[in-house]
Design a protein. Structure first.
Length: 150
């Protein structure tokens, strides 16, 4: 477990980290928009790109409210980037499936995001940052798993 924070140092690091994350979110949003989708639409397409997923499970993983998820789904569906399909053995359930156009939009956005990151830092630094973020993501996953199991 992590020790008690040292207030002055930790507070400064925390503030700087939060500011940096906000700036990176803006950079990511601009990169996605340059390809024709928003960052939340990118996150939704990324979440369903590997396999179809139930709409009821996606809001939390995409990091949006249920009404916002519905709006994202509607926009991507109108753009031909996803389709809703029935869930086998569940009359009321729907699952979201990325279409070929959705997969192409995801690839364009990922290329734009990668290019933008490499404009900011070199590949070696990107590897270091990726490893640190992966560790942070693992910690968040463990925390989420613990909360879910009770």
């Amino acid at each position: 477990m992590v020790g008690a924070p040292q207030p002055a140092v930790e507070s400064s690091v925390f503030r700087n980290t939060i500011r940096l994350l906000a700036r990176l979110a803006r950079v990511a949003e601009q990169a996605c928009q340059s390809t024709g989708i928003s960052l939340p639409q990118y996150r939704l397409l990324d979440s369903i790109s590997g396999e179809a997923q139930r709409a009821s499970e996606l809001a939390a993983s995409v990091g949006v409210s249920r009404p916002t998820l519905t709006s994202l789904m509607d926009g991507l569906e109108r753009g031909g980037m996803l389709r809703r399909a029935p869930v086998p053995n569940d009359r009321r359930g729907i699952q979201l499936v990325a279409t070929e156009a959705g997969q192409a939009a995801l690839r364009r956005a990922e290329a734009a995001l990668a290019q933008r990151m490499l404009e900011l830092i070199d590949r070696d630094m990107m590897k270091t940052v990726s490893q640190a973020l992966s560790r942070l993501g693992d910690a968040l996953d463990r925390e989420s798993d613990q909360a879910a199991s009770g």
